[in-house]
Write a protein that binds this ligand. Structure first.
Ligand code: NAP
Ligand code: 8YV
Length: 316
């Protein structure tokens, strides 16, 4: 059977299907992954990984006969596609099947920021409602102007869901889309015009810290920042000082610069809502992502073609 390297975890359903066609080697089971790769790397033709672990450059170099990398996740910034292209290694990912889930997460974070539900829940649970009286009023999440940074597959799903909250949606992307939403070619200008900025671009060098001090200041003391993209998209140190100094109102964050580390200073703030990168993390959506991850591998093994290549590999 063909040898496949599994980097990171996989669901039981994925492992069951993979084991029918591949000899699966779990890198997580190796006490010294680099030593294992030095000894066994040459026999590996397929890799299954995820958006967080990706494939480290030294792992890539230790896999001279690699044909394909299948990523469990739509974001693939942890995989160097330029090296993959040079070596004619196919890279696939899991677009679309998670759009609705991640969009729901973004909207839920926005609602949590405005409606203060986490503090209200604590008020109710602690018995303080009875001893201290009503919880303070929150702010309405309805009728807001929301700027979407990255109007792609998930960005559009967020815009669609926000219709239920009577939002005015505007956006900034590298290119203007054929949609009936106001386009800003300048991110700072958009940030100064909106109540909420929702980040949903890919990570990687082109978006690194594009939400910087200037953008955060433009969003302002009443502004809300939601990040469900990658931690690298927002300058985390600047975000923390903006929240501490009240230059930014609130933030709802699913992603962080050095996951799973969340800076203590961020965890101390009460004007943030923090999630442990669970944007796509439901049983249903992870099952769909897992199925597509495996479908890509099996199809490539059988025919050399794939279902969902990353754009860089689409012409291969
Ligand atoms: P997509 O369809 O490729 O959309 C990405 C959007 O970002 C496009 O509108 C693109 O605009 C824009 N963009 C790219 N680079 C940009 C830049 N430098 N400046 C401004 N805009 C830029 O991707 P998607 O499927 O919606 O996924 C987006 C990202 O969400 C993923 O890559 C991943 O990082 C993140 N994600 C997070 C979770 C989570 O659990 N939190 C789950 C899934 C995905 P152009 O078309 O003009 O280039
Ligand atoms: C995953 C994600 O949790 O798809 C993405 O880009 O960030 C999430 O759906 C991630 O890939 C880790 O597995």
């Amino acid at each position: 059977m063909t040898d496949l390297l599994l980097i990171g975890g996989a669901t039981d359903a994925m492992l069951e299907r993979l084991s029918e066609k591949f000899t699966v080697h779990k890198l997580n089971d190796q006490t010294d992954p680099s030593a294992w790769l030095a000894e066994n790397g040459a026999k590996i033709e397929y890799v299954a990984t995820n958006g967080h672990d990706g494939v480290k450059p030294d792992y890539m170099a230790a896999l001279p006969n690699l044909k394909m990398i299948s990523c469990y996740g739509v974001g693939y910034d942890a995989i160097d596609t330029s090296v993959a292209l040079e070596r004619s290694i196919m890279v696939t990912h899991t677009p679309n099947v998670l759009n609705a889930e991640v969009a729901s997460t973004a909207v839920l974070l926005m609602l949590a920021c405005y409606r203060n539900f986490l503090a209200d829940e604590a008020h109710a649970r602690s018995g303080r409602w009875e001893t201290e009286g009503n919880a303070p009023l929150s702010l309405s999440a309805d009728g807001r102007t929301v700027g979407i940074l990255g109007l792609g597959r998930i960005g559009q799903a967020i815009a669609d869901k926000l219709a239920a909250f009577d939002a005015t949606v505007v956006y900034h992307s590298r290119t203007q889309k054929d949609v009936a939403l106001k386009y800003y070619d300048d991110l700072t200008e958009m940030a100064s015009d909106v109540d909420v900025l929702i980040c949903i671009t890919p990570g990687g060098p082109s978006t690194n810290k594009i939400v910087n001090r200037e953008v955060l200041n433009a969003l302002g003391p009443d502004g809300v920042l939601i990040n469900v993209s990658r931690g690298s998209v927002v300058d985390e140190a600047e975000l923390i000082s903006a929240l501490q100094e009240g230059r930014l109102g609130k933030a709802g964050l699913d992603v962080f610069e050095k996951e799973p580390h969340i800076p203590e200073a961020l965890r101390q703030l009460d004007n943030v809502v923090l999630l442990p990168h669970v944007g796509s993390g439901t049983v249903e959506t992870r099952a769909a992502m897992g199925a597509l991850t495996v479908d890509n591998l099996l199809q490539h093994l059988e025919s050399g073609s794939v279902i969902s290549p990353v754009p860089e590999c689409a012409g291969m």
